[in-house]
Design a protein around this ligand. Structure first.
Ligand code: 48H
Length: 267
């Protein structure tokens, strides 16, 4: 068969454009493709929710590839191991209650499962703003959409206007930076659902407390927006935990369960 470059080009443009058009109106938009965002995407897609994940970088996986200080192993505890088991990721007992997993196997397997479950991943795109609207329901003001641009535009500081997607729920899974909550804090003119009404900020490293509080802090932080992973602890003011990843995995799973229930309640 003779290959026609025009066909190859048209295939990519048409398929990508259709994929994006099909995902302009979402059940859930996930911002950030680290472990927390990926696990949330996996469980929501498994429930047949329409999920898109936006990731600034070329690769998804966030901070999981590099393990601890570039030693590409991660550690999980008993609860975190259960999520890795569900995903078919190998774990190795280290001592009672501690397991290791190969960071590359964990990241690639999770990434693959997320795509195969039905999540559409839009990499090389960054979320630079949100859309907030007054609604008639009990939440008078809520996030109803995201404002998106190419990472290349952001990096080159080009003056190019963004595009938008509509979404019922959003997850801020942007890690330490907690980008979405900072944007909402700056632009909404409303209080966040935190004690101070603002992003409280991340505290220094304390693995035990941080792992527990990551789960507690995985909740709605502004109407329509949930925080997961490191963004949960930064938003509600808890500790970092170093390269133990159980909290990130369980946080993603909890965010998925909470939002799935909210979507169920709306139907
Ligand atoms: C699109 C964006 C945007 C944006 C950011 O950092 P992550 O891996 O986040 P988590 O919370 O899933 O996992 C945290 C973990 O990796 C970690 O850092 C730990 C456990 N640290 C403990 C410690 O003590 O240091 O992933 C976030 C992702 C990244 O890939 C970003 O590129 C992406 O979000 N991102 N994507 N639009 N505005 N902001």
């Amino acid at each position: 068969m003779k290959l026609d470059e025009q066909v190859i080009t048209r295939a990519i443009i048409e398929r990508f454009t259709q994929k994006w058009i099909d995902y302009l109106d979402l059940d859930v938009a996930i911002v950030g493709g680290g472990p927390a965002g990926l696990v949330a995407a996996y469980y929501l897609a498994k429930k047949a929710r329409k999920v898109a994940l936006f990731e600034r970088k070329l690769t998804i996986g966030g901070g999981m590839w590099g393990g601890g200080m570039m030693f590409n192993e991660i550690v999980v505890q008993d609860e975190g191991k259960k999520v890795l088991d569900e995903l078919g990721i190998s774990t190795y007992p280290f001592q009672t209650g501690y397991y290791t997993a190969d960071a590359v196997e964990a990241t690639t397997t999770l990434a693959s499962k997320v795509c195969q479950a039905g999540t559409r991943v839009f990499n090389l795109m960054c979320v630079e703003d949100v859309m907030i609207r007054q609604t008639d329901g009990p939440e008078s003001t809520r996030v109803v959409g995201l404002v998106i641009n190419w990472t290349a535009v952001e990096m080159a500081e080009l003056h190019v206007d963004p595009l938008t997607v509509h979404t019922r729920y959003t997850i801020d899974a942007t890690g330490h930076a907690t980008e979405l909550m900072h944007i909402i804090q700056k632009k909404s003119g409303s209080r966040l659902l935190t004690q101070t009404g603002k992003v409280v900020g991340e505290k220094s490293l304390w693995a035990e407390v941080a792992e527990r509080s990551t789960l507690e802090n995985t909740r709605e932080a502004f109407p329509g927006v949930y925080v997961a992973g490191m963004a949960a602890n930064a938003t509600f003011g808890s500790y970092r935990m170093g390269p133990i990843f159980g909290g990130m995995l369980l946080s993603g799973k909890k965010a998925a369960e909470l939002i799935d229930q909210r979507l169920e309640d709306r139907t």
